[in-house]
Design a binder for this molecule. Structure first.
Ligand SMILES: O=C(O)C1=C[C@@H](OP(=O)(O)O)[C@@H](O)[C@H](O)C1
Ligand SMILES: C=C(OP(=O)(O)O)C(=O)O
Length: 429
């Protein structure tokens, strides 16, 4: 479905954001691996975490969805999952497919993991290679893409795995397989990526200079997962940018997860001069949470380089919109990974910027954008490529137009943020 975006005269209000998607996936999977009941509150209502719930149910885990975004998971423990009688449909969710592949390999069950068209065209080579070294037998289309048929007849082997790319999904996949092994599996991380898996499983971490060595084995108990999931910082980022670039804005975002391995965009927006206030810092389970308020700001240009990219990987589409309204030329490099998301996000951004009439250059690993605080995007029809983050970035840009614009296939927002369009109209009315 296509959505019309009207130019906004002002952006004011308080939004109850969706629950964190990355934490919701993990909370459900780890609750299933815990022996006993977990009650998770503020579980995400978005499509991706529900793909995870659906797969866990097919693996024999009982999950009750209660009122008020609460789920009760009857954890079966590491050895309690059952061979599924149907495919595990991971939908649009890379996190579901990559993390579950680790669990299937560890458990020794046989399963076939499928996904939608987008997920079936995202590389799985990065997980296939280490999981095979741990003893998995994996059949994949072109030895790279879903459907993935996973089984294991040989014993599970521990792995010492220096991460070849900064990816939390790859790190988590290997650590989850390792959780079933008698001897520890070690993942060595040089560039930090989101650390929810390590935190929520309380895994042992040794720091060696710049490196972090994370270990998992059968000796690690899987803790109960009864906590409130923080609201999603990645969803907050759309409104942080909308508030910063709009001349008449004040937006409050309560109870947002501020895990430092996720908040690169906050640092970047502060560096650009965004008027942001953070209050009510507290913890929810193993994760830091706070309230955020953003107001209209005059933005300076910024340069984003490789080291911070994993820390703001999902926020780069909306940061590109912030750059478009900054006073000067901004640059993103070291972000080739964006070409392997729900769509090629660098290409999708280039198409969006071009339809808006912006001045920019696209590189193999990034973008250069000539910003202007008075830029008026053309009221165009923006292609979202069925990608939730591209659709939401286009919508925020559309608020700054003089003419209405259209976001094509804007219903993909349901992948991570089911109330996005309602929240947008609430802020503008
Ligand atoms: O582990 C996770 O929950 C995620 C990790 C990131 O992907 P990569 O690990 O592939 O970089 C991110 O883009 C994705 O939205 C969620
Ligand atoms: C890349 C994303 O998710 P996933 O990899 O889980 O599909 C995302 O949410 O932007």
């Amino acid at each position: 479905m296509d959505y019309k975006v009207q130019p906004a005269t002002s952006l004011q209000g308080t939004l109850q954001l969706p629950a964190d998607k990355s934490i919701s996936h993990r909370a459900a999977m780890f609750a299933a691996l815990h022996e006993g009941t977990s009650v998770i509150t503020n579980f995400s209502e978005a499509a991706d975490p529900h793909s995870t719930l659906d797969c866990l149910r097919r693996l024999g885990v009982e999950i009750e969805e209660q009122s008020g975004h609460t789920i009760k998971v009857e954890g079966v423990g590491r050895d309690g999952m059952k061979t599924p009688s149907t495919d595990l449909d991971c939908g649009n969710s890379g996190t579901t497919m990559r993390l579950l592949s680790g669990i299937i390999t560890g458990s020794g069950l046989s399963a076939r993991l499928t996904g939608d068209e987008s997920l079936s065209n995202r590389t799985m080579r990065r997980i296939i290679e280490p999981l095979r070294r741990m003893g998995a037998h994996i059949d994949a289309r072109e030895d790279d893409f879903a459907p993935l048929s996973i089984s294991r007849s040989a014993a599970l082997k521990p792995l010492h795995f220096p991460l070849p790319i900064a990816s939390a999904q790859l790190k988590s996949c290997v650590l989850l397989a390792g959780l079933f092994g008698e001897k520890p599996t070690e993942v060595v991380e040089t560039l930090p990526s989101r650390d929810h898996t390590e935190r929520l499983l309380s895994l042992s971490i040794v720091k060696e200079g710049e490196k972090k060595i994370i270990r998992s084995s059968r000796q690690d108990p899987v803790p109960q997962q009864s906590y409130r999931v923080p609201n999603d910082f990645s969803a907050a980022a759309f409104w942080l940018v909308a508030g910063a670039i709009h001349p008449d804005a004040s937006i409050r975002l309560p109870k947002v997860g501020l895990n430092p391995s996720r908040t690169g965009a906050l640092e970047i927006l502060k560096q650009m001069g965004t008027d942001i206030e953070i209050t009510n810092n507290h913890n929810a389970g193993a994760e830091p949470v706070a309230d955020i308020r953003v107001k209209s700001s005059r933005l300076r240009p910024v340069t984003i380089t490789e080291e911070i990219v994993p820390n703001c990987i999902d926020e780069i589409p909306i940061l590109a919109i912030a750059m478009l309204f900054a006073d000067g030329v901004s640059k993103v490099s070291g972000a080739e990974e964006l070409r392997h998301k729900e769509t090629d996000r660098l290409h999708a951004l280039a198409e969006m910027l071009s339809a808006a009439g912006a001045e920019f250059e696209e590189y193999a690993d990034g973008l250069k954008i000539a910003g202007d605080p008075d830029f008026i995007p053309d009221g165009a029809a923006f292609k979202s490529f069925h990608d939730h983050r591209i659709a939401m970035a286009a919508a925020v840009m559309g608020l700054m137009g003089e003419e209405p614009s259209t976001v094509l296939d804007g219903d993909s927002t349901a992948i991570s943020y089911p109330n996005f369009w309602t929240d947008l109209s609430m802020l503008t009315n």
